[in-house]
Design a protein around this ligand. Structure first.
Ligand code: ADP
Ligand code: MG
Length: 886
């Protein structure tokens, strides 16, 4: 940072950076500066180069053991007459293994970097004299940026103007209280970041006020950039499931290596086999039994989930959220804009002394009604203009747009109102106080204070007959699901000297408007889908209780037996009391963003996994506290997006439910991969150890084992991540993060598969060796190779869907079919083509042997299907029980 920036007057700053505070930079200048200084990005930690990547893949357990096998075989080739086939074949398998690993990881990374591009951070900038929205990475030094509540500061910048500006600098200073900022030059050079009162820093957040500023540093030159080393540790945190699977893989690797050692010892000491060949078979068995592809398949499944969720309008900001969203059992959703369409239309007016009017029944307004509308119009910031194609361009808050639309309908406009009575001051709306006020200039040296907002928050006298009448109408509006806005006013002689905040007491109530905001059409179905999936949806809104209840009933959130809480009631409850009540409560009305965090924690205390939505600056803490914080892509502030785990590009509740279903699908696919990868590994261990122990010798040679391992583990399993979701994913209760990987029958299925394959392969080998030939191993070995390789690949079709196998099951995942075809062709090529046969020590089979192979290789699939039908029948019974118990 250039220290003097703090002490210079604004004119000099502007001059030093060759910019213009009213028009900003022009395009040519921007291009020039970007060429010179690059983009406004924090450079990422360097990607490992190709050698480092290879190095990393070779250093996983399976590859290390494989490498050992290569070295060993080379040693044998050099010292004995065993030839070079083995080292070449095993070496190729090692290369193939590393290549598949690298390819898989690469596709996972691609999906994740696409994710980064999706989450752009937008800023308001002055360019060529115009205010535009821009991706923050496009900023250059000298740009004039505009900040408002909820903005995230995109670069380090010196303030030009600052009104009422407060900034949360916790990311840099750790200080959680916002600091006030000014635009005036400082007298002394500050010593600590927190003292740079007229500088705003990249990454910090505007909590209050408005400002313009000149960008002075971008990218790595910012204060944030200087600590980016810390932030660069973007080593994606492992998800809980990943952690558990990694532990599983380590223990299975232990078993595999133990198996390898056993077979080595058996071969050497029981049978007196040569050291080298015993060692070779031990090593190969260990390699085959280590489920080394599992961690990669998990990463790919998560990455694929991210991609699919993005297609369905949910942008994941953290990979771990892909998993967590599937575990959610409570969704706490904002009402306005998320459950509803956010298209408000005023349908009713009530004016003090003028009575109640349905808007669509009048063509001209009487004086009372016109006055009401004018007051609302003056205290409004939304704007409807025309764009270049003469289409209406609506800017501003949806509630206020409803007012402006009604003004236009009755031939008035905000501009002409504003011309007659210009605005002197404003106290902006916020969701905690739920009102806003403006001070307008009246002719003959008077001024007009207007307060508009929630009826129960308006500073009016409540002891009057008018109040009672207003309350009656207010409640009636609410029961019709209308959002109510009240307005009051007060006239002053001259311009009051007090600040607008202090003027707001005892205003005269003028009237109310009621506006309808219809529920989104998809929401009702989404809520019932969530319900069927064991997920409770609760509504959180700043609106009045009656309005909230009416809508909640319509969309199925408030049902018989559910209770409601208002913000006022909630604040009276202790944390324990809230915890007791939380489970029965589905509507929270008139709450402030500050209350949301208590709602989240109360649910979490009950053991729930909570998804919560939010859009404002004040929502950020609740979004962080929630298990999955969800921000609104359209109406949300940058700060809320920054705090969230997930951003909805369509602000739609139904998208959350879609994301849950994708999250669950990812989780299921990972479990399917576990099931697919580990059952046969055990069978291979049993087969080899048993066969050697009873004196049949090794029924498969090292190269065969390794090839089966690469093809069967590496290729089909990889495509399980692309398996589309099953209908049943949203008909089950949420899986908690404590549920064992082997729950829900998975353990049984793995065991069944291990046993089936052990028995099958031993029988085939015995039959081939003693039934089809006279004790020679070649035919039995070839039959065993085929049955094991093909059988353990085709049963993926029984594993990939929990529903019973049918024709459609074969169509749902074309990439899997493609991978399978490649793998099957490779296996057959090895078994049929003479040169490959020789390489892998296989022989041509007589037709009878082929027949047996083709028939028996389907046995594991059939056994799995039978078991599936039994398990599914039990599950249906259990689910039925669970439902009747509820
Ligand atoms: P929600 O979370 O449902 O959007 P808010 O906290 O934004 O609720 O709004 C709560 C109440 O504040 C509304 O019922 C309305 O009475 C009032 N209100 C909303 N927007 C404005 C506004 N722009 N100006 C004045 N009052 C408003
Ligand atoms: Mg709102």
């Amino acid at each position: 940072m250039k220290m003097t920036n703090t002490q210079l007057p604004i004119e000099e700053i502007v001059q030093n950076y060759s910019t213009n505070q009213t028009s900003g930079l022009n395009d040519a200048e921007v291009v020039r500066r970007q060429e010179e200084n690059g983009k406004n990005v924090l450079t990422e930690a360097k990607k490992p180069n190709i050698f480092q990547q290879i190095g990393r893949h070779i250093s996983d357990i399976a590859s290390l053991v494989l490498l050992f096998a290569v070295v060993l075989s080379i040693y044998l080739a050099l010292t004995t007459d065993s030839g070079w086939t083995k080292p070449i074949v095993i070496g190729s398998i090692l290369v193939l293994n590393v290549m598949i690993g690298m390819y898989q990881e690469h596709s996972a990374e691609q999906a994740l970097s696409a994710l980064k591009k999706l989450s752009v951070h937008e800023v308001q900038v002055l360019r060529n004299g115009q205010k535009i929205m821009l991706d923050a990475t496009e900023l250059v030094v000298g740009d004039v940026i505009l900040l408002e509540p909820g903005s995230q500061v995109p670069a380090d910048a010196r303030l030009i103007t600052a009104s009422n500006l407060s900034i949360d600098e916790a990311i840099l200073t750790g200080e959680s209280l916002p600091v006030d900022k000014i635009s005036e030059p400082l007298r002394e050079e500050p010593e600590e970041i927190g003292d740079y009162q007229n500088i705003v820093f990249s990454g910090t957040a505007v909590t209050q006020g408005n400002a313009t500023a000149v960008v002075t540093e971008i990218g790595m030159q910012t204060e944030l950039g200087s600590i980016a080393g810390m932030l660069n540790q973007t080593k994606v945190k492992q998800t809980p499931l990943q952690n558990r699977l990694n532990r599983l893989v380590s223990s299975l690797s232990g078993v595999a290596i133990a198996g390898g050692i056993i077979i080595f010892l058996l071969g050497m000491f029981l049978h007196g086999d040569p050291l080298a060949s015993s060692l070779m078979i031990g090593v190969s068995l260990a390699v085959a039994a280590v489920p080394e592809t599992l961690p990669i398949i998990v990463t790919i499944s998560l990455a694929h989930g991210v991609k699919k969720m993005a297609k369905r309008n949910a942008i994941m900001r953290r990979v771990s959220a892909v998993e967590t969203i599937g575990n959610v059992n409570v969704i706490a959703s904002d009402k306005t804009g998320t459950l509803t369409q956010n298209k408000m239309t005023i349908t009713k007016l009530w004016v003090n002394e003028g009575g109640l009017t349905a808007v669509n029944e009048v063509d001209v307004l009487d004086d009372h009604q016109a006055k009401l509308l004018k007051m609302f119009g003056l205290a409004t910031n939304a704007q409807i203009t025309k764009d270049e194609n003469d289409l209406a361009l609506e800017i501003g808050d949806s509630t206020e747009l409803a007012i402006v639309r009604l003004l236009h309908k009755f031939g008035m406009s905000r501009n002409s109102l504003e011309n007659d009575s210009p605005r002197l001051a404003e106290d902006p709306f916020d969701s905690t106080k739920k009102t806003m006020a403006t001070l307008q200039k009246l002719p003959n040296n008077k001024s007009l204070l207007i307060v508009k907002g929630a009826f129960d928050r308006l500073p009016i006298n409540r002891d009057t007959a008018e109040y009672a009448e207003a309350l009656k109408n207010h409640d009636a509006f609410g029961r019709e699901a209308l959002r109510v806005l009240a307005v009051g006013y007060k006239v002053f002689d001259g311009v009051p000297t007090e600040s607008i905040e202090n003027l707001q007491d005892e205003v005269d109530l003028l009237g109310l408007v009621g506006m309808i905001d219809p529920p989104r059409e998809e929401v009702i179905a989404a809520i019932s889908e969530a319900h069927g999936a064991g997920i409770k949806t609760v509504m959180i809104t700043g609106d009045h209780l009656e309005t909230a209840k009416a809508i909640a009933k319509k969309i199925g959130i408030l049902n018989a037996g559910d209770s409601v809480l208002t913000g006022t009631e909630l604040r009276k409850l202790s944390d324990e009391q809230l915890m007791d009540q939380i489970e029965g409560t589905t509507v929270f009305a008139r709450v402030s963003p500050e209350d949301k965090i208590r709602i989240v924690t109360a649910w979490q205390e009950q053991g729930a996994v909570v998804a919560m939505t939010g859009d404002g600056v004040n929502d950020a803490p609740a979004l962080k506290a929630a298990n999955v914080g969800i921000a609104m892509g359209i109406t949300g502030t940058e700060v809320s997006k920054g705090a969230a785990d997930m951003v909805l590009t369509d602000d739609n509740f139904a998208t959350i439910v879609a994301a849950v279903s994708e999250g669950r699908t990812v989780y299921q696919n990972i479990l399917k991969a576990v099931e697919f990868l580990i059952g046969v590994n055990f069978a291979q261990l049993f087969l080899m150890i048993f066969s050697v122990a009873i004196g049949w010798g090794a029924p498969l040679i090292a190269e065969q084992l390794l090839l089966i391992n690469v093809l069967a583990d590496g290729i089909p399993g990889f495509y399980l991540s692309r398996e589309p979701g099953e209908k049943s994913v949203m008909k089950q209760k949420p899986i908690t993060q404590l549920t064992s990987i082997f729950a829900n029958g998975l353990g049984t299925r793995v065991a069944i598969r291990a046993v089936t394959f052990t028995i099958l392969t031993l029988s085939i080998y015995a039959f081939g060796r003693f039934g089809m030939s006279n004790g020679g191993a070649a035919i039995g070995m070839t039959m065993l190779f085929l049955v094991l390789a093909l059988g353990s690949m085709i049963d993926i079709y029984a594993i990939k869907t929990r529903e019973s196998l049918r024709v459609a099951s074969f169509k749902s995942n074309p990439t899997l079919n493609m991978g399978m075809t490649i793998a099957v062709v490779l296996v057959l090529a090895v078994a049929i083509l003479p040169p490959l046969q020789n390489l892998f020590e296989l022989v041509s089979l007589p037709p009878m042997a082929w027949l047996i192979v083709v028939v028996t290789m389907f046995i594991p699939t059939i056994v799995l299907e039978i078991n599936k039908r039994l398990q599914n029948r039990n599950r249906v019974d259990n689910e039925y029980q669970a439902i009747t118990e509820d």
